[in-house]
Design a protein around this ligand. Structure first.
Ligand code: 4AD
Length: 503
């Protein structure tokens, strides 16, 4: 193959009419008579490379016909503007160099079950949908850093090996540390509180670990959290930062990934609505909502709509299966078989969901003051709003020991959970911190926390204690919301969940 300028698919506009070489992998091929189409992906995008059989290209054409999915190849050809093509450019290919073959690639264009895809996560990355999600993740992380760096926050990394619990003791992962027991960090917050007394505004950003024994669509055992901490800040100051922060992430993702979001099926208008002011509700008001007719009607309608959809899917499945078994064209049969699998998956998901609706209605109607909001309660509240909602002032007993007691109502703490709209639920948890030594020690006693493990933390209340606060945002939950993912497992490169740690 002749040597030409090497370029990337996302740079093709600079080479219109010129001969270039692209290096990538075969996403798909289609041969129709004397024309072969190869969809090439190179990490920056996809490009259709068109090979026409001619006397000079017979050998090349024969090689292209044998190409299998995910073979690594270099393709040379002339770049052509083509509005209808993915990425707006095509290549009239003249040469190919197969770098490495790939036989029986496990992830074919047909639908696969989630268990199978998760086991092949290392290859699943190459699929279009996963490719989009990881690129958006990268942007979200970049925006997180930019937001805090641009606002003069100082990055202070917190340790992963922690000698004591930062959040609830029930979700600690124990590690044998040369014969002593330490834990994987559940939060960097306590360390950041120390750092904010040195720098004023700080943040940490890293992996966090929680031994979550539940298998929900919102829980990972290892997830990434960014935590800012601000000295001389009230709860309302901290919420202002959190709201601006979320707006900046939503704006950036819309600016840089509009097309990808559309491909992922995300309703862009939902994200465009992410503007301040957000809704702020107290816990008491949230409880009133749960007890209201609004919640009941929401779930009743849900039940009706989902039941109707299940009936519709049952009919569709029969139709698809008839086409798949019938005597039509092969591609039509294949498509119908794939549609039947997708419809069956949707049906079983909906069946699972409607099973839970009566239970969720009961939980909401009988919700008692003093309990924590559960996943289904958060879903109800967030579905009743079209922009994020901050729920503030939870009962003391359901929140972490470090949260500041409300001086006007000592039964509650000055905290907030930010719930993403349309049912996505909590993406941020934060609070003002208890700055008073005596109150903090009393609270630690109630929680049976060994004071000796926290002496260093108590020093912050001995030497120049000030009102301060901060929050933690979970990257994966935020990404799941922004991309409209039903399950958090697609929002992290290698998900870790109860019973899942391969590959
Ligand atoms: O509400 P959480 O537990 O807050 C803290 O850890 C505080 N120390 C933060 C702070 O004030 N500095 O967790 C914060 C966020 C949640 O809102 C959620 O987005 C995410 O972390 N999160 C999880 N994400 C995935 N899987 C889990 N098991 C998560 N637990 C929390």
């Amino acid at each position: 193959m002749e040597t030409t300028t090497k370029t990337k698919i996302n740079q093709l506009s600079e080479y219109d009419g010129q001969t270039v070489t692209l290096s990538g992998w075969v996403y798909n091929t289609r041969v129709s008579g004397k024309i072969a189409f190869v969809i090439l992906r190179d990490g920056t995008g996809m490009c259709q490379c068109v090979f026409e059989k001619s006397d000079e290209l017979t050998e090349v054409f024969d090689e292209v016909k044998k190409l299998s999915q995910e073979s690594s190849v270099e393709i040379t050809g002339i770049v052509n503007k083509e509005e209808r093509s993915v990425g707006g450019y095509e290549m009239k290919a003249t040469g190919i160099n197969v770098v490495h073959g790939s036989s029986d690639y496990p992830i074919t264009p047909k639908p696969h079950g989630i268990e199978f895809l998760m086991k092949h996560r290392h290859l699943w990355f190459r699929s279009k949908r996963q490719w989009h999600i990881m690129r958006i993740r990268s942007t979200v992380i970049d925006q997180i850093r930019r937001f805090f760096n641009d606002d003069s926050f100082i990055l202070v990394d917190s340790p992963i090996f922690a000698p004591a619990a930062g959040e609830g003791a029930q979700t600690l992962f124990k590690v044998d540390y040369f014969g002593e027991e330490v834990y994987l960090a559940q939060t960097g917050q306590l360390y950041l509180e120390a750092a904010c007394m040195a720098h004023g505004k700080v943040y940490c950003f890293g992996p966090t670990f929680r031994a979550e024994k539940s298998k929900t669509r919102r829980h990972l055992t290892e997830f990434w959290m960014v935590e800012p901490e601000i000295a001389y800040a009230s709860l309302s100051d901290v919420m202002d930062v959190a709201e601006n922060f979320i707006c900046s992430i939503a704006e950036r993702v819309l600016r840089d990934h509009r097309e990808e979001l559309i491909e992922l099926g995300r309703d862009i208008a939902d994200l465009e609505a992410i503007k301040r002011p957000f809704v702020r509700l107290t816990y008491d008001q949230a409880v009133d909502i749960l007890h209201s007719d609004k919640s009941k009607t929401l779930l009743e309608n849900d039940l009706k709509e989902k039941t109707a959809r299940i009936e519709e899917l049952a009919k569709n499945i029969v139709e698809f299966e008839e086409i798949a078994k019938g005597g039509g064209k092969q591609w039509k049969k294949d498509k119908a078989a794939a549609d039947a699998i997708a419809a069956r998956e949707e049906r079983s998901e909906l069946e699972e969901q409607i099973k839970n609706i009566p239970h969720h209605m009961e939980l909401a109607a009988n919700f008692e003051w003093g309990s924590d909001l559960g996943g289904s309660d958060e879903t109800i509240i967030s579905r009743l709003h079209d922009r994020p909602v901050c729920v503030t002032h939870y009962p003391r007993g359901v929140k972490a020991f470090y949260m500041r007691q409300d001086r006007k109502n000592e039964k509650v703490v000055e905290c907030f959970d930010m719930l993403a709209p349309q049912g996505f639920g909590e993406i941020i948890g934060g609070s003002a911190r208890e700055e008073d030594y005596d109150r903090l020690v009393a609270r630690m006693k109630q929680e049976h926390l060994p004071q000796e493990d926290y002496e260093w933390y108590l020093d912050l209340r001995r030497y120049g204690s000030v009102p301060h606060g901060g929050f933690g945002l979970g990257v994966e939950r935020t990404l799941a919301w922004l991309c409209g993912l039903k399950h958090i497992r697609e929002a992290i490169p290698y998900p870790r969940m109860m019973g899942k740690f391969y590959p």
